[in-house]
Design a protein around this ligand. Sequence first.
Ligand SMILES: Nc1ncnc2c1ncn2[C@@H]1O[C@H](COP(=O)(O)OP(=O)(O)OP(=O)(O)O)[C@@H](O)[C@H]1O
Ligand SMILES: [Mg+2]
Length: 269
Amino acid sequence: MTTFDINQYRITEEPFYQAQVNEVALYEAAYAARLPVMLKGPTGCGKSRFVEHMAWKLGKPLITVACNEDMTASDLVGRYLLDANGTRWIDGPLTLAARYGAICYLDEVVEARQDTTVVIHPLTDHRRNLPLDKKGELVTAHPDFQLVISYNPGYQSLMKDLKQSTKQRFAAMEFDYASADVEAGIVEKETGVDAGLAAQLVRIAVTARNLKGHGLDEGISTRLLVYAATLIKQGIPAADACRMALVRPITDDADIRDTLDHAIDAIFG
Ligand SMILES: Nc1ncnc2c1ncn2[C@@H]1O[C@H](COP(=O)(O)OP(=O)(O)OP(=O)(O)O)[C@@H](O)[C@H]1O
Ligand SMILES: [Mg+2]
């Protein structure tokens, strides 16, 4: 029988995270009280990086689960598997985190069906336990266990939202793209491009973010700025890198594409 090693989920090197306001202190206080935390904000603004940084800083293992609409409660808590010796129970990621004292990060939790999401409820209130109904076991959460969920407000339809009874089990922190100079610093640090180039890339993102709601669902994320800078580091001319990394991923609309391409030419042409 293989034994489970929680240490594989430990983060040994500091993940770079540029704080924007007081989010590190807020999270530390929430963790100290083991309050469940919800991170809200647009794609690619640093939510996952923040959790990785905090898990490292607190010295706790981090188990991340990417949620999707096909996910069942068993995918989170575990199931019996058939093997040569008969049936064997396999803990799911949520159960592992609760048993061994990890931070469990449920990414894009709103994608999961509501009947899946409710399995987290007993872990997020005074009970701090997880019933494994099929196995007939009640797992009491390890003292270090904490639950973190992320959520992109605005993308989901009305049909896809968290129940109030789920939302109101979490303290929430709002994230957004950093201010221009801070974001340029992130791009610089992540990729090694110089400050001038990083600032030019951020200017393109600012232009695109102003088109949000006017033909764009979402602006250019910090993640895509890092991609553009990475391509430039690979030797691709800046304007080509920006078209590939900043514009083509976010729109299929010819007018918006041309507007953004012109902004790129104005900056790099
Ligand atoms: N504050 C920050 N400090 C350091 N890097 C950052 C920061 N914000 C964004 N980044 C960069 O942007 C990339 C994307 O960030 P991250 O993966 O955390 O986004 P996210 O908010 O989790 O997005 P999604 O909702 O799509 O999962 C990171 O890999 C990192 O390069
Ligand atoms: Mg993420």
